[in-house]
Design a protein around this ligand. Structure first.
Ligand code: C2E
Ligand code: CA
Ligand code: CA
Length: 718
């Protein structure tokens, strides 16, 4: 709106022009009075056009502007002062620009130019929106940069390698893990690097084997064709890299790369652990059964395979007397010997404890299993040296052949186990093939085991006594207590049930019962005949055995000198300090210790020196051909001589004939035991015998003792 001074046509034209320019406009004359202004000017400052008039001073306008809330950061005086100085400073006709803040935070850019005839011509432009836009742009850019930084950090901090290529095979982005995995030079890591160049580099440096390259290319081709997520493990110079390939819609692809070498090794270690025995590192039972099962296809094709079940002999004794560490050491040595006795194609496994197994596949020659079994028996029989100690064990082996003895893994292993059980009963350190009917043997064993558990409380045991005759004393010097068990009305032989009682540990209670019973009965005997009690090695594991024997003697009121304990060589197999200590303590009490079944063991003669036995009982197997076989006679002669030289009394077991007796007498044997003189007899018969013979148990006219003789004795006494 122009002031009313110019009323010409030109003035009207100028007025219209002023009104239409797109920014605020005003003119201040040189004494700071308003000369000209337009509508936009009023709009920008929120002025009521009616309040403005020509000649209005700058001061009045500034005050009015302040009333409208403009220049909120300054007092009107301060604003006026600085504004006036600004204008005065610009009288060179040049345009100067400045900014003002108005009500509502709007930002106005003013530009003033001085014209000497007119004064200051000032334009005002609302630049609020422009500034806001610029600010948003600025902020967006900053945000983008921050995001990029964050993305960078994320991409570089993931443990997997990451690479992204566009449809033309140009690298878009990759991270440091990618660089690390492939050990790529810098030029291949820059955006734009070509995938084919990177591959060429890798084929030359990392993926050296042709097979690795080909498998990689095949996978890439497939992945590209199928256009879907795929995984694959690639080999890179002996390391395994897991690649996960994600194609993108635009033809590019993202791949993650992960070095899983350690992970695979860890997994392999775990599978190994699951399938192997940690002590010997041999395949375990599970592994073995799996392999036998997979041999079933071989069997179905008509091949023969064999399973050897190996059970160590006397291993328990080692564990019990020398401790588990020694037991473990023996098992390791056994494993090594078994390994060297088997072929590479055979599978050797440790099934548990002291049991091993071998799968022979295939069996080319029917004699092969027996040959290998023999070789193993021989290999395990040799002495084991541990920490300066020498121990002897053995191996019993059962053999089952497929398809004849079964065609499933379970059946083969079970039948080989049964055959092994038989090898053990055959005297150990031997092998046996499976035979139908062996199952029945095992069934019987189970029945015995179950029966033994309740035999004591059911009062099914009794003790009988077999006299031992002193050849010089000419009287019964001792009675050996022998256990009898009647299971469901049938007598079970101790040869059958004692080993079961030993294996199950039941012998501990049963043995104690025999000891107390034998002492109790012997106390009532007339005369001074001793009583001999058989002791199983298992009983010696009791650290309070000496106290137990003492208490049995005290309870019965029997003098220690009348008790004889019979032990076998197997107790001394691994001459443990503890066992020898116990034996010495027993002997110090006045109890006599006898070595039973002499000659059946491994290196019998050496045991004679390990303990000062009171008596040696030569095993009855030597009696059989004593009168005919010169060799047997020579052995007995030598043994008796050796025993005597060590101050031990010599007893012969199983004397059945007069000829044997004669031979033994000639060799200077001290004592005999056997059917020739008497079988084991009931306690009542012993009492009768001793009573009727004045405690001698022997009279010239009552020889040998038979059931009929005892009856006669009884009658005579009656
Ligand atoms: P052993 O200690 O060698 O006992 C002698 C065995 O030889 C007895 O067999 C006896 O009946 C038998 N016998 C005696 N004279 C002759 C003979 O002239 N010819 C033949 N062929 N045999 C004869 P039994 O009573 O069947 O005992 C067998 C084995 O059972 C014993 O052999 C012993 O090792 C064990 N046993 C028996 N009772 C006990 C016991 O209470 N505790 C322990 N730990 N073992 C026992
Ligand atoms: Ca005996
Ligand atoms: Ca014996």
């Amino acid at each position: 709106m122009a002031g009313p001074a110019i009323i010409t046509d030109e003035a009207l034209l100028l007025d219209a022009a002023l009104e239409n320019i797109p920014y605020g406009f005003c003119v201040w004359n040189s004494d700071f009075r308003l000369a000209l202004w337009n509508r936009h000017y009023c709009d920008i400052y929120n002025f009521n056009p009616a309040r403005l008039h020509r000649g209005m001073t700058l001061e009045e306008i500034v005050r009015y502007s302040a009333e409208q809330g403009n220049h909120p950061d300054e007092t009107p005086e301060a604003f006026l002062d600085s504004y006036r100085r600004e204008l005065l400073a610009n009288r060179g006709g040049m345009r100067a620009k400045s900014r003002e803040v108005l009500a509502g935070g709007r930002i106005i850019e003013t530009a003033h130019a001085f014209s000497p005839g007119l004064g200051w011509v000032i334009t005002h432009e609302d630049v609020t929106d422009d500034i806001a836009r610029a600010e948003i742009l600025y902020r967006r850019k900053a945000e983008l940069e921050r995001q990029n930084l964050r993305l960078d950090a994320a991409v570089n901090n993931i443990s997997q390698g990451l690479s992204m290529f566009d449809a033309e095979g140009r690298l878009v982005i990759c991270n440091t893990a990618y660089q690390r995995i492939y050990d790529l030079p810098k030029q291949y890591l820059k955006p734009g690097a070509l995938h084919k160049d990177i591959l060429a580099y890798l084929f030359e440096h990392g993926m050296s084997s042709v097979r690795d390259r080909e498998s990689y290319l095949r996978w890439r081709r497939d992945a590209n064709e199928r256009r879907e997520f795929t995984k694959s493990v690639n080999q890179l110079g002996g390391r395994s890299i897991l690649l996960q390939h994600h194609p993108m819609k635009d033809g590019g692809w993202v791949t993650t790369h992960e070095d899983i070498t350690e992970q695979l090794e860890r997994e392999a270690r775990i599978t190994h652990l699951v399938r192997h025995d940690p002590l010997t590192d041999l395949p375990n039972r599970m592994h073995f059964l799996g392999e036998v099962a997979s041999a079933e296809t071989l069997i179905a094709r008509g091949e023969t395979v064999a399973v050897l079940f190996i059970d160590l002999d006397h291993f328990k004794a080692i564990n019990d007397t020398l401790g588990h560490a020694m037991g473990d050491a023996v098992l390791k040595q056994v494993a090594a010997r078994l390994r060297s006795a088997t072929r590479d194609t055979d599978l050797l496994a440790r099934l548990g404890a002291d049991q091993f197994a071998i799968l022979l596949r295939p069996v080319a020659d029917p004699d092969e299993p027996a040959r290998i079994a023999e070789r193993i028996v021989g290999a395990v029989a040799g002495p084991f040296r541990l920490d300066g100690q020498q121990v002897n064990i053995g191996a019993s082996i059962g053999i089952a052949m497929a398809p004849g003895d079964g065609s499933t893994a379970d059946a083969l292993l079970k039948n080989a186990d049964l055959a092994c059980f038989r090898a053990k009963s055959d005297g150990r350190s031997t092998y046996h093939f499976f035979e139908p009917g062996m199952d029945a043997v095992l069934q019987r064993r189970r029945r015995i085991e179950a029966g033994l558990r309740t035999a004591l409380e059911r009062d099914e045991f009794r003790v009988v006594f077999q006299p031992l005759v002193g050849l010089k004393e000419n009287r019964v010097t001792c009675f050996e207590a022998l256990l009898r068990w009647e299971q469901d009305g049938a007598l079970v032989s101790p040869v059958e049930f004692i080993p079961v009682a030993e294996e199950t540990g039941l012998i501990v209670q049963i043995g104690e019962w025999v000891l107390r019973e034998a002492c109790r009965i012997a106390t009532g005997w007339r005369g001074e005949a001793r009583v001999a009690v058989n002791m199983s090695p298992v009983q010696f594991r009791n650290p309070r055995l000496v106290e137990l024997v003492q208490s049995a003697l005290a309870e019965a009121g029997l003098a220690p000198g009348r008790l004889e304990l019979e032990i076998t060589e197997s107790l001394l197999l691994n001459d443990s300090e503890q066992v020898l200590g116990t034996l010495h303590r027993l002997r110090q009490l006045g109890i006599r210790v006898a070595l039973d079944d002499f000659g059946t063991g491994y290196s019998s003669l050496s045991y004679l020196r390990s303990f000062p036995f009171d008596k040696i009982k030569i095993d009855r197997s030597f009696m059989r051909d004593l009168s005919r076989n010169a060799e047997s006679l020579a052995i007995i002669k030598a043994v008796i001589g050796l025993g005597h030289s060590l101050g031990m009394s010599m007893t012969a077991e199983g004397v059945e004939t007069e000829d044997q007796l004669k031979a033994l007498r000639t060799q200077g044997c001290d004592e005999i035991q056997g059917f020739l003189f008497s079988p084991p007899i009931a306690p009542e018969a012993v009492a009768t015998l001793l009573e009727s013979t004045g405690g001698r148990g022997f009279s010239a006219d009552l020889k040998p003792i038979t059931a009929g003789n005892i009856t006669r004795l009884r009658r005579r006494r009656a």
